[in-house]
Ligand binder design. Structure first.
Ligand code: UDP
Length: 457
C-alpha cells in the first residue's frame, strides 16, 4: 500500500466479544476495498486480536488489567473509558499524523459517542457504528426524541405500534424500556448513542436493507443510517473472498479441534448447537430444564457452557449424556454454524448470533434473556420465520417439555421444520446478495469508501 491518498480509518469497538467482532469485520472489509484500517482496542483485549492486514493499536479504558469486570458498574466504567480512552485514542491519531497514513476518519462504536469529539479535535471525520438491529435502534431513537415515554410496557391486547415496525407486545421489547429501573446505567448508555448524531458524519448499522428496509424508510429523517451488514466474515458470504473464516478475535480460547473431531461423522443436520453468547448468565433452574430437554430429545448436542456456569448443570448430566452430547466452555461459533452436521441453533438472540445463524442458514430456537434479544427473537420467529420461540412459564423459565416441542418443530421433518428451513435458505441467500458485488450493503460500503477516497486526495 502506498501512503497519502489512501484513506485511513481507525475503528473503535466497545471491548466485548459481541462488539469487537462486527467492528473488526468492518475493518477487514474496508481493507478489502483499498482502505487502510486500524483497530483501536483496549489493552485488556488487544492480545486476543489476530488479523492480517488490519493494524492494531492498544488504548486504555482505565482498567488495563481486567477491563469492565474490574469497574464498579457500567457508569464508573464508561466514565473511566471516556477519560482514558479520549487521551489514548488521541495518541493513536497523533502517532499516524506525521506518517504517510494520517488518520482520515474514526468509526466508533455507538456506545462510545465521545470518540467524535476526539476526531473533531484533529479535524478528521467521525462516524457511529450501531451493533444492534435497526429495529432496536429505532425504538431507542423514538425514546431519545420523546416519541415514547418510559416505561414502555404495552398490554397484550394493545401492542406498541411504531412506524416501520410490526405490532410489538411486551415480550418483544428491549428489557430496559419495560423496566427502566432494572438497569438504569445500561439504559443511559443506550440513549447516549443518539446524543451527538446530528454532528456525526456517518451513521452505519450492522444490518441489511432486505432484512429491515421498512424501518430504514420509516426512521430515516431521525436516524439516517446506512445499512452495511451483515458483518459476518466474508468467506461465508462473498464469493470473491476466500479464506476469511473467522472474525480474528477471541476473548477466550476456543475448543475448536475437540468440537470438529466430535462433529466428524455425525449425520447432516443432526446436531443441536446451543450457545448463549458471551454475557448471559442463565439461572440454575433454566440450565436444568434445558439439560432435561436435551437429554430427553435423544438428539446429539454441542453445548457451550461458560466455565462459571458449569456448576449449574444437573449432577450426572455430563455422564448420563456422554456419547449424546459435548459440553465446551467456548468455541468458534461460526465454524460450528457452518458445519454440515449442525441442524439448529438454540440461541439467546444476541444480534451477532442472530445474523450469524441467519447468514449461514441455520434454523434457530430463540430463548432471549434481556436487552435487545427479546426483539430479535420476535423477528426470528414471526417476521423472518427462521425459528421457533418456546413459551416461558410465569417465572420466565422455558420448561423442558416446551423446549422439547420446539426441538421437534425444528429438527424433526414435518410441516413446520420444512417451512423454517425454506425461510432459512431464503435469508441466507439474501444476506449473501447484500454483501456481494453490487448488493445493497456492498454499495453502501463502496459509497462510504469513495467519499473517503475523494477527501484523501
Ligand atoms: N461466540 C463465539 N463462541 C462461542 C459463543 C459466541 O465465537 O462459544 C461469538 C459469536 O460468534 C458472536 C459473539 O461471540 O459473534 C457473541 O455476540 P452476540 O451479539 O451474539 O452476543 P453477546 O455475547 O454480545 O451477548
Amino acid at each position: 500500500m502506498e501512503g497519502k491518498n489512501i484513506p485511513h480509518v481507525v475503528v473503535l469497538p466497545y471491548p466485548s466479544q459481541g462488539h469487537i467482532n462486527p467492528l473488526l469485520q468492518l475493518a477487514k472489509r474496508l481493507v478489502s476495498k483499498g482502505v487502510k484500517a486500524t483497530l483501536a482496542t483496549t489493552r485488556y483485549t488487544v492480545e486476543s486480536i489476530n488479523v492480517a492486514n488490519v493494524s492494531v493499536e492498544a488504548i486504555s479504558d482505565g482498567f488495563d488489567a481486567g477491563g469492565f469486570t474490574d469497574a464498579r458498574g457500567e457508569d464508573v466504567y464508561l466514565k473511566a473509558f471516556k477519560d482514558s480512552g479520549s487521551r489514548t485514542l488521541s495518541n493513536v491519531i497523533e502517532k499516524y499524523q506525521k506518517t504517510s497514513f494520517p488518520v482520515t476518519c474514526v468509526i466508533y462504536d455507538s456506545f462510545l459517542p465521545w470518540a467524535l469529539d476526539v476526531a473533531r479535535q484533529y479535524g478528521i471525520y467521525g462516524g457511529a457504528f450501531f451493533t444492534n438491529s435497526a429495529t432496536v435502534c429505532s425504538i431507542f431513537c423514538y425514546l431519545h426524541h420523546g416519541k415514547l415515554s418510559l416505561p414502555v410496557n404495552p398490554s397484550d391486547d394493545k401492542p406498541l405500534l411504531l412506524p416501520g415496525l410490526p405490532p410489538l407486545n411486551a415480550k418483544d421489547l428491549p428489557s430496559f424500556i419495560k423496566k427502566p429501573e432494572s438497569n438504569p446505567a445500561y439504559l443511559r448508555m443506550k440513549l447516549s448513542q443518539y446524543t451527538n448524531l446530528d454532528d456525526t458524519d456517518f451513521i452505519l448499522c450492522n444490518t441489511f436493507q432486505e432484512l429491515e428496509g421498512e424501518v430504514e424508510k420509516a426512521i430515516s429523517n431521525m436516524w439516517p443510517a446506512k445499512f452495511i451488514g451483515p458483518m459476518v466474515p466474508s468467506a461465508y458470504l462473498d464469493d470473491r473472498i476466500e479464506g476469511d473464516k473467522g472474525y480474528g478475535a477471541s476473548l477466550w480460547k476456543p475448543s475448536s479441534e475437540e468440537c470438529i473431531n466430535w462433529l466428524q461423522g455425525k449425520q447432516q443436520k443432526s446436531v443441536v448447537y446451543i450457545s448463549f453468547g458471551s454475557m448471559v448468565s442463565l439461572t440454575s433452574k433454566q440450565m436444568e430444564e434445558m439439560a432435561w430437554a436435551l437429554e430427553a430429545s435423544r438428539l446429539s448436542f454441542l453445548w457451550v457452557v461458560r466455565e462459571s456456569a458449569l456448576g449449574k448443570l444437573p449432577e450426572r448430566f455430563i455422564d448420563s449424556t456422554r456419547g449424546q452430547g459435548l459440553v465446551v466452555s467456548w468455541c468458534n461459533q461460526l465454524e460450528m454454524l457452518d458445519h454440515p452436521a449442525i441442524g439448529c441453533f438454540v440461541t439467546h438472540c444476541g444480534w451477532n448470533s442472530t445474523l450469524e445463524g441467519l447468514s449461514l442458514g441455520v434454523p434457530m430456537i430463540a430463548i432471549p434473556q434481556w436487552a435487545d434479544q427479546l426483539t430479535d427473537a420476535k423477528f426470528i420467529e414471526e417476521i423472518w420465520g427462521i425459528g421457533s420461540r418456546p413459551k416461558e412459564d410465569e417465572f420466565g423459565i422455558v420448561r423442558a417439555d416446551e423446549l422439547l416441542l420446539c426441538l421437534k418443530d425444528v429438527m424433526v421433518e414435518g410441516r413446520r421444520s420444512e417451512e423454517i428451513r425454506r425461510n432459512a435458505k431464503k435469508w441466507k441467500q439474501l444476506a449473501k446478495e447484500a454483501v456481494s458485488e453490487g448488493g445493497s450493503s456492498d454499495k453502501n460500503i463502496d459509497e462510504f469508501v469513495q467519499y473517503l477516497k475523494s477527501v484523501s486526495r
